[in-house]
Design a protein around this ligand. Structure first.
Ligand code: SF4
Ligand code: SF4
Length: 359
């Protein structure tokens, strides 16, 4: 991150070959390579009286504190000193929640359960593998800043500069923050792992769901009750759908703190029979339609094409779009019409959850 901070007062030249951090991030996202080594479990750790109690409150407070004070939660030139994300939402899922196993049918057999990813970590550290019921997933939603949302809402073709920086620096920040949490816990003798920064992470195109990764933060956040899916496949939370989501697995029993709506579209106006489809009009390539909802392949092609635009105009190696997540009634909150008497009409989440998209 220090190398990125040097760019604070100017743009890099020839960013297609000089934005090493951006390229490493893209390779990591696609191939699970280039991440720092996993921290080792401190098997000999003896707890001391000053140790924190690793309960729900500790995770919520620690994540909020990191978002508020971490130096990496910040933009590069020309927005230096602005924060990328505001206060997060935090939720928990028990490792033996049946929905996490059902994801193997809904998303695909390649999608990890918390048990599978923790088994890898436990075996690597030479300790016995905890059962699924002893694990929890910690999920967090990081709302994108007001200025970034306004910038993107004003765009009709390609993402704004703040949005593009959020897509790159925000993801790097998220990885750094989770790595710090995981390292701290492992040093205190608590097994923990962030699935998307392990060598087991690689994104592929699958026949059933298109582009998909073996760990979907967005599906984890739905399972934790932090939001439901919109026509655009973004998760509509109480802080809206313009955000980045993260999650990691811990060998601790944490209690879920949000009620999960059975209707996976409970927060989307269109799915609740109220006129909207603002996301459809925001998409520059008709990747969202009333008939077919979100066409992931069309969307992917557009987002991939944005790499050239972001490089040329913003001097960073990243792709992005998010036009359909900004300038919409679900951008910064659950749409007002749905905040009162929210319908929970009992759609079966095991058969209708969308596949993974990552944009
Ligand atoms: S813009 Fe409207 S239709 Fe589209 S996801 Fe948001 S609430 Fe649903
Ligand atoms: S993210 Fe995809 S669906 Fe949304 S506006 Fe961009 S291309 Fe369209």
């Amino acid at each position: 991150m220090r190398a990125r901070r040097k760019m604070k007062d100017r743009y890099r030249k020839f960013s297609f070959i000089t934005d090493i951090g951006g390229m490493k991030s893209a390779i990591g996202e696609l191939r699970g390579k280039g991440f720092p080594k996993q921290p080792k479990l401190n098997k000999a750790y003896i707890p001391v009286p000053d140790d924190p109690v690793f309960d729900e409150t500790w995770f919520i407070d620690t994540l909020k504190d990191k978002l508020a004070n971490h130096s990496d939660n910040g933009f590069e030139y020309p927005f230096y000193k602005e924060r990328i994300f505001g206060e997060p939402l935090v939720g928990f899922i028990r490792g033996d929640d049946p929905l996490l196993t059902e994801y193997k049918t809904i998303i695909g057999a390649h999608h990890f359960t918390p048990f599978e990813i923790m088994k890898w970590q436990a075996e690597k550290n030479g300790v016995s593998v905890p059962s699924a019921s002893e694990l929890s997933v910690v999920c967090f939603v990081m709302p994108i800043s007001r200025k970034t949302k306004d910038d993107n809402a004003a765009r009709t073709d390609w993402p704004s500069e703040r949005w593009a920086q959020t897509r790159l620096l925000g993801e790097l920040f998220s990885q750094t923050m989770v790595r710090e949490m995981v390292t701290y816990l492992m040093d205190k003798g608590v097994l923990a792992i962030s699935p998307d920064v392990t060598p087991m992470f690689n994104k592929k195109r699958y026949p059933k769901v298109g582009w998909a990764s073996p760990w979907s933060h967005r599906h984890m956040a739905y399972a934790a009750g932090l939001g439901t899916f919109g026509m655009h496949d973004f998760l509509i939370t109480e802080k809206g759908c313009a955000h980045r989501v993260g999650s990691f697995v811990v060998h601790l029993k944490l209690a879920p703190n949000h009620k999960r709506p059975k209707d996976i579209h409970a927060n989307c106006l269109h799915y609740q029979g109220i006129d909207c489809l603002k996301c459809e009009t925001r998409c520059p390539v008709d990747a969202i339609t009333e008939k077919d909802a979100h066409d992931k392949e069309k969307c992917y092609q557009r987002v991939a094409a944005s790499t050239k635009y972001c490089n040329k105009n913003y001097h960073i190696f990243i792709y992005g779009c998010g036009l359909c997540a900004t300038g919409t009634p679900c951008e910064s909150s659950i749409p007002e019409e749905l905040q009162k008497n929210r319908p929970l009409n009992g759609v079966n989440p095991t058969t209708t959850l969308p596949g993974i998209s990552c944009l």
